[in-house]
Design a protein around this ligand. Structure first.
Ligand code: MG
Ligand code: MG
Length: 268
């Protein structure tokens, strides 16, 4: 069932998503070679709790195994999504890491993800990040009242495939509100004019997961970590948006992250 949000609910969603944006920026500030993903997780959990919210991912149930142990997903290089924070994962110069974060604040969810560069990253990988981020905004640009979910997927898919990249099929965007995952599903592939119609009050997370090579992925034995089949890198960018006054209103934000990237000469 799709739950359309009231004006008041959209503002609550905005607050939860603003906290996600701040948390991602805090994680970004701590990124450097030698840092472990467990350190990033601890920092994120403390920041979220200090701001009166819950990290939604912590303890998130898994149909295949135990609950998610971390407060953020930290997916390095060939890990596409759901990377589990660990003392054993030490970031190195030239890595990329997607940090996916969810908060529950005053009963509503925020959800956003950004793929960061660690130090200096190859131009080939930067191009993957650039294209994935552009694809997110292509999807958002089509998310207007009257359009359909398939229009978003088509926009994301055509932007990435025309650049020669793979579009992951097994994981998709989603409705969001009181629950982190609500209807409808929002795939990163699709056909124009197909699927559920977008209406004012609909809140969705759009989240392209894009690969340098094959779009095929597999699950590691921890029952969480998803990697590319060919071991090539993947990127993941996500915003939560509301269809508001007929247009996409982006509730999460990359503004602070982009300022950080500019200060590090990492602008995509
Ligand atoms: Mg997410
Ligand atoms: Mg999501």
């Amino acid at each position: 069932m799709i739950f359309l949000k009231t004006e008041d609910e959209i503002e609550l969603m905005r607050a939860a998503n603003r906290l996600v944006a701040q948390t991602l920026a805090e994680v970004g500030k701590a990124l450097r070679p030698g840092v472990t993903t467990a350190q990033l997780d601890k920092l994120a959990e403390e920041f979220i709790r200090d701001h009166g919210a819950e990290p939604t991912f912590k303890g998130f149930p898994n149909p295949y195994g135990g609950p998610f142990p971390g407060s953020i997903c930290t997916s390095v290089n060939e890990v596409v999504v759901h990377g589990v924070p660990s003392e054993d994962v030490v970031l190195r110069e030239g890595d990329i890491i997607s940090v996916d974060c969810g908060t529950l604040l005053n009963g509503y969810n925020g959800d956003s993800c950004y793929t960061f560069q660690v130090g200096e990253v190859s131009e080939e990988v930067r191009q993957l990040l650039r294209t994935t981020k552009e694809a997110l905004y292509c999807g958002i640009a089509t998310a207007v009242a009257g359009h359909r979910v398939g229009d978003i997927g088509y926009a994301v898919q055509s932007h990435c495939e025309s650049a020669g990249y793979g579009v992951v099929r097994e994981f998709v965007g989603h409705g969001i509100g009181k629950e982190m995952h609500e209807d409808p599903q929002v795939p990163n592939f699709g056909r124009r004019g197909q699927g559920k119609q977008l209406k004012n009050g609909l809140c969705i997370a759009i989240e392209p997961m894009i690969t340098m090579g094959t779009y095929e992925v597999y699950m590691m034995s921890d029952r969480w970590t998803i990697k590319t089949r060919d071991g090539k890198p993947a990127a993941h960018f996500e915003h939560t948006i509301a269809i508001h006054h007929g247009k996409a209103d982006i509730l999460s934000s990359f503004e602070e992250i982009e300022m950080l990237e500019a200060s590090r000469n990492q602008t995509l």
